[in-house]
Ligand binder design. Sequence first.
Ligand SMILES: Nc1ncnc2c1ncn2[C@@H]1O[C@H](COP(=O)(O)OP(=O)(O)OP(=O)(O)O)[C@@H](O)[C@H]1O
Length: 256
Amino acid sequence: MIEFKNVSKVYPNGTKGLQNMNVTIEKGEFVVIVGLSGAGKSTMLRSINRLHEITDGEILIDGQSITKARGKGLYKIRRDIGMIFQNFNLVRRSSVFRNVLSGRVGYHSTLKMIFGLFPKEDKDLAMKALERVNIPDKAFSRADELSGGQQQRVSIARALAQEAKIILADEPVASLDPLTTKQVMDDLKRINNDLGITTIVNLHFIDLARAYATRIIGLRAGEIVFDGPVEEATDEAFAEIYGRPIDDKEMLGVNA
Ligand SMILES: Nc1ncnc2c1ncn2[C@@H]1O[C@H](COP(=O)(O)OP(=O)(O)OP(=O)(O)O)[C@@H](O)[C@H]1O
């Protein structure tokens, strides 16, 4: 469970990223965060694992304050949170398998990791993760030899190898074509269903948000202006979130 309690974020230049946000996300939910560019989607998502520091309030992960956590405590909470980025964040010249295995780094001593000494169980986990995203045959290819969609699947597999309980995906399909977008979203959804991993995704496309989310959170100027099940996220609701009618450009045009 993720709880935002009176969370605000003001950037050093005075921009308000988040304004007094109160929201609870339960284990196993598939939440899509929507809103215009600059609404605070990334700020909200990245506050959860403290890639962005909030300036007020508190965020709790399974009852533990990540906001107040320090040192080992913080490290342990973060180990449960996998992150998927638009640009994949892979070590491009390394093998797919190595990239996935790096999800295990948080479980071992620095010394062991310097020498790349991963136990066999970790290697099994990495291979299983690649099977789950349907690219075990790519294990020994170099990461930069893969297509964008395949690279994103590697980053999903890395979060699986990490045994993350929460996956945060910040515009995971923004650099992919429509067909690949669907495949990557299908992977995220299947993993959410099969493993019960709480999944929070920032998306630009309205139809995509509707097709995959169980719950939609709409942001405007750092505030939650919509929070409800996907059935309630009508065109009118989106127009409210955006402060204007929805545009064709906000539709990807792919059916899930
Ligand atoms: N490092 C920063 N310094 C100052 N202001 C920032 C910084 N990062 C983001 N902002 C501002 O905070 C607000 C929220 O930004 P954020 O990136 O969270 O929006 P977003 O909804 O994710 O946008 P996009 O869809 O364009 O990625 C915007 O006004 C943005 O300009």
